[in-house]
Design a protein around this ligand. Structure first.
Ligand SMILES: Nc1ncnc2c1ncn2[C@@H]1O[C@H](COP(=O)(O)OP(=O)(O)O)[C@@H](O)[C@H]1O
Ligand SMILES: Cc1ncsc1CCOP(=O)(O)O
Ligand SMILES: [Mg+2]
Length: 267
């Protein structure tokens, strides 16, 4: 998988649509429905399975696992830890979305425990990534208070320390494996005004990384480019956040693989 070939990102989307990977999404109550629809529109097969009694067993069946701590509880955390351990046991990639991990002691402990299971990819907004790297951030709750540019050094340090590919999203996304970095353009100012956009993107990263587990940087960039291209297209006709949300699902469905290359540039 070569990052220097712009066709790579579209080829990964085509592969994902062809294989329609089963993606176990442990995401929050707010995001579940929207994220499942995003994966179906993009061509993957989502399953929202989080109960501790079955999350680990299911992770052995899925092509990838995604974990999002948006609406955390002790029981959910138990399921998350079991699923991450099982994914590692069978060599499946998993993606971490550290929603508002800095907000409470419970979340801080949870994210520390999850990081010990070495996620393949970490995706967050700028404030979440800065705080995860130990920097002061302007984040309050689930929304970002910092720019992507400010988070780039944090993302690189976090990637080097954790061994994960780290994606920072915002007006222009930035993704790094600690050595190489890519910038992904597109999207719309309406995206942060629709809840669960970032959570759904994390699930889509799971779908792409499921079909290219050896190339998590390219797979993550492909998912970010899908959101960039579909977001730009949906915004052209949207009259506000409500119509943007359903137009975005349609735009993902209509997305042509050849549209992705133009979104991605080496950073
Ligand atoms: N101002 C913006 N302009 C264009 N796209 C944006 C903007 N803000 C966020 N996005 C896009 O919205 C999606 C979710 O990112 P973000 O809002 O950072 O996540 P979160 O919902 O976790 O805070 C990404 O695809 C990102 O590129
Ligand atoms: C509003 C809210 N509250 C807890 S999780 C959540 C959804 C956050 O979604 P995103 O991080 O994609 O904006
Ligand atoms: Mg988020």
């Amino acid at each position: 998988m070569t990052l220097s070939s712009p066709a790579t990102y579209g080829e990964l989307l085509e592969r994902m649509r062809h294989e329609s990977p089963l993606v176990q999404c442990i995401t929050n109550f707010v995001a579940m429905n929207f994220a499942a629809n995003v994966l179906l529109a993009a061509g993957a097969s989502p399953a929202m399975v989080h109960a501790p009694e079955e999350a680990g067993e299911f992770a052995r069946l899925a092509g990838a696992l995604t974990i999002n701590i948006g609406t955390l509880s002790s029981s959910w955390l138990d399921g998350m830890l079991r699923a991450a351990a099982a994914a590692n046991e069978v060599g499946r990639p998993w993606v971490l979305d550290p929603v508002a991990h800095f907000a409470t002691g419970f979340r801080r402990q949870a994210i520390d425990a999850l990081l010990q299971h070495r996620p393949t990819v970490i995706r967050g907004n700028a404030s979440e990534i800065m705080a995860l790297a130990g920097e002061a951030s302007a984040g309050r709750g689930v929304d970002a208070g910092d720019s992507v540019e400010r988070a780039q050094a944090s993302a690189t340090a976090l990637a080097q320390r954790s061994g994960a590919v780290v994606a920072v999203t915002g007006a222009v996304d930035w993704v790094t494996d600690g050595q190489r970095a890519l910038r992904i353009a597109g999207g719309s100012e309406l995206m942060p005004r629709v809840t669960a956009m970032g959570c759904a993107l994390t699930c889509l990263i799971g779908a792409l990384v499921a079909v290219a587990p050896q190339s998590p940087l390219a797979a993550t960039a492909s998912a970010l480019a899908c959101f960039g291209a579909a977001g730009s297209r949906a915004a052209q006709q949207a009259t506000g956040p409500g119509s943007f949300a359903w137009r975005f699902i349609d735009a993902l469905d209509a997305l042509h693989a050849s549209e992705l290359a133009a979104q991605v540039t080496p950073a």
